[in-house]
Design a protein around this ligand. Structure first.
Ligand code: NDP
Length: 226
């Protein structure tokens, strides 16, 4: 069954990088797409703030329709060895990457349960499964997203709602602009990935053909996590 009539796809962090490619790809698939970020996009909100997210979802519902496809892509990194990591660095990354996904899922599920149809895709990271020194906060948040993904899959499995994760490796965006060249050598594919390659995986997970894919983690990393 395709996205029910009137349903929209919400892509958090859809203003640039991987999120922008996902938004463009889902629109090309024929979905009505709404993007959300703090400073641009169709709706402005801080995903780490539950009240801000609730207000944003109310706005999206009123202006566009119920959120039946949710891509939790908004994310940030604030790297540093754990021994030197400030509490604010820890909290900010957990709030945006992990709490943000929860707040959006909590809102989106209301719409999806009413429609008895939904697709949730969480953009985690290879670092959620394979430790990267200097990213204790980011890795913990991304690992948490994987557990959240699977828990929602089990809780909602009978409701027509799927919950899956994508774990990108090194993708060419603003986030990796300073480190991409250095990291390239360690990627089995011998190159960094493009945002469109992540978007392709998200498109599959949102498609009719993926109705029986639930609780899965799909790596898009050129073999980095293998
Ligand atoms: P970018 O830094 O290019 O874009 C991040 C996006 O998230 C922007 O649209 C930004 O908009 C938005 N955003 C950040 N914080 C918040 C917030 N608190 N509330 C709402 N929106 C927010 O990142 P990428 O495209 O590289 O990454 C996208 C996702 O993919 C992230 O979750 C990242 O962790 C993950 N990822 C990226 C990899 C890579 O190599 N690039 C590898 C593995 C995973 P604004 O600033 O306006 O809020």
């Amino acid at each position: 069954m395709p996205v029910p009539e009137g349903g929209v796809a919400l892509v958090t962090g859809g203003s640039r990088g991987i999120g922008k490619a996902i938004a463009e790809r889902l629109a090309a698939d024929g979905l009505t797409v709404v993007t959300l970020s703090r400073t641009s996009g169709d709706v402005q909100a801080d995903v780490g703030d539950a009240e801000s997210v609730a207000a944003a979802f109310a706005e999206v519902r009123a202006q566009h329709g119920p959120v039946l496809v949710l891509v939790n892509n908004a994310g940030e990194s604030q790297d540093g060895l754990a021994i030197r990591m400030r509490t604010e660095q820890w909290e900010s990354v957990i709030e945006t990457n992990l709490n943000g996904a929860f707040h959006c899922i909590r809102q989106g599920l209301d719409d999806m349960l009413s429609a008895r149809w939904g697709r949730i895709v969480n953009i985690s990271s290879v670092v959620g499964e394979r430790a990267n020194p200097g990213q204790a906060n980011y890795g913990a948040a991304k690992a948490g997203m994987l557990s959240l993904t699977r828990t929602i899959a089990r809780e909602m499995g009978r409701k027509g709602i799927t919950s899956n994760a994508v774990t990108p490796g090194v993708i060419e965006t603003d986030m990796t602009v300073d480190v991409a060249d250095k990291l390239k050598a360690g990627v089995p594919a011998g190159r960094i990935g493009q945002p469109e390659e992540v978007a392709h995986a998200v498109s599959f997970l949102c498609s009719d053909g993926a109705a029986y894919v639930n609780g899965a983690t799909l790596a898009v990393d050129g073999g980095l996590g293998a």
